[in-house]
Design a protein around this ligand. Structure first.
Ligand code: HEM
Length: 412
């Protein structure tokens, strides 16, 4: 394909995709606007080149271990409860906006759980909203040398980014001064040691906090929650089975780690939702050393892209790919090896996958324990994703009703 004047190669076969994603020395992080994103977010785990990635990943990865994720479940439940506590039966609202806000609040708390960060959390949340909204516009206009196009918005964005960096520095300083360890990602970063036994310097911690926030609070898992609610609204038979599972596993209790493991169908719904709507629909790489891919000689500097969306929607890989069918998951991951890649693959694979899947399952289960949600005008218009550098759920107006007060035959 061509992107402006640049040729870009799209790997479409699982074997080629594997070759690209699993060989990060040759296919390094890069591609359109990558350097601009890196300049804005700093050199952290998401943006850094392969040459330094191994060390950074080793330092950051422990924060995402399974046992640590379990420690965040109570926060996920509390944030879901705070959100649903404001719902009024029969009063419609934009689920996408609510879920995005709630997921961001979970991300901020998972990063800064300590009391000493209490008054920094709101400001972090506000800055992040501005940054996540503007980062790709800023990166692309800067890559095209066209920042004059959105001068006022660029100024607002830069102000938010500068303040955000200050806030993160203030929290790091407060944590260092207190010396106490907290059950959160920042404490993990501050106590992490590399192979030589050295900790990260403060600016390295800051850049990784900013990188992780960008990955963790991108609208992805909020979108997955919205799509899952939408798909269940459209598939009442599956929804009924999901509700039966939630009721039998949870009773009236909030989900905990063992319940999350037993919510098997709910998890299959989430995995199938991410097959249909992978937020990271395009992963970009830049060739670092001469290489041959599918018989083409690619010189250094060539852009190569992989599309999880394209992979997940190929009939040769997933039969009847447009059909929402959680039963595909009954015998494990469907499709050929390396075809299901909502979290990428290889050394840059998302380390937050367990966190994200746990959060989506917990929030869905908690919401559906007490509420049903029905989209307004559901039968008439199809719902299309918003496509930018991410694939996002569009604003989706749904009406909440307490379970047991169902008004229509099609709704569960
Ligand atoms: C449904 C939600 C999510 C999806 C679909 C997703 C997807 C992805 C994908 C596809 C990548 C690889 C990008 C590439 O290869 O270029 C990635 C990287 C990353 N994700 Fe996620 N992610 C999600 C949620 C999260 C969360 C909640 C966190 C943190 C708590 C997180 C942290 C990261 C980090 C730090 C990286 C960079 C990894 C590296 O380069 O070593 N993600 N994510």
């Amino acid at each position: 394909m061509r992107l402006g004047r640049q040729p870009v190669y799209l790997a479409c076969h699982p074997e080629l995709v594997d070759q690209v994603l699993r060989n990060s020395r040759t296919f390094d992080k890069g591609g359109p606007a990558h350097e601009e994103v890196r300049a804005l977010l700093g050199d952290g785990i998401v943006t850094c080149p392969n040459a330094v990635h191994k060390r950074v990943r080793r330092l950051v990865q422990p924060a995402f271990q399974h046992t640590r994720v379990a420690g965040h479940i109570a926060t996920m439940v509390a944030m879901a409860d705070a959100m649903t506590g404001a719902w009024r039966p029969g009063v419609p609202f934009d689920v996408t906006r609510e879920m995005t806000d709630m997921a961001m609040a979970v991300g901020v708390r998972a990063m800064f759980a300590a009391e000493i960060a209490e008054h920094h959390r709101d400001e972090t949340h506000a800055c992040l909203q501005a940054i996540i909204k503007g980062i790709h516009r800023e990166a692309f206009t800067s890559a095209l040398g066209a920042q004059w196009l959105f001068r006022r918005r660029t100024r607002r964005f830069q102000r938010a980014l500068a303040r955000y960096k200050q806030v993160v520095d203030e929290v790091i300083l407060a944590y260092r001064r207190s010396g106490a360890e907290h059950a959160d990602i920042l404490s993990m970063l501050l106590t992490a040691r590399d192979d030589a036994g050295d900790p990260m310097a403060d600016d390295e911690v800051r850049e990784n906090v900013i990188n992780i926030f960008a990955a963790a609070t991108a609208p992805g898992h909020a979108s997955a929650m919205v799509w899952a609610l939408h798909l269940l609204d459209r598939h009442p038979d599956i929804a009924r089975r999901v509700l039966r599972e939630i009721d039998s596993v949870l009773g009236g209790d909030p989900p905990d780690e063992s319940a999350v493991r037993r919510l098997e169908l709910t998890r299959h719904v989430v995995l199938e939702t991410l097959r249909l709507y992978p937020q990271s629909w395009l992963l970009t790489r830049c060739v670092a050393a001469p290489v041959e891919l599918a018989g083409r000689a690619l010189p250094p500097g060539t852009s190569v892209v992989v599309s999880p969306y394209l992979m997940h929607h190929q009939p040769g890989l997933f039969p009847d790919p447009e059909r929402f069918d959680p039963a595909r998951w009954a015998d494990g991951t469907p499709g050929p090896r390396g075809a299901y890649i909502p979290f990428g693959n290889g050394s840059r694979k998302c380390p937050g996958d367990t966190f994200a899947l746990t959060e989506i399952v917990v929030v869905l289960a908690r919401v559906l324990q007490n509420w049903t949600l029905q989209r307004e005008g559901a039968s008439s218009s199809p719902v299309l994703p918003r496509v930018s550098t991410m694939l996002q759920a569009p604003p989706m107006v749904m009406t909440p009703r307490p379970r047991g007060s169902r008004p229509t035959a099609t709704h569960v």
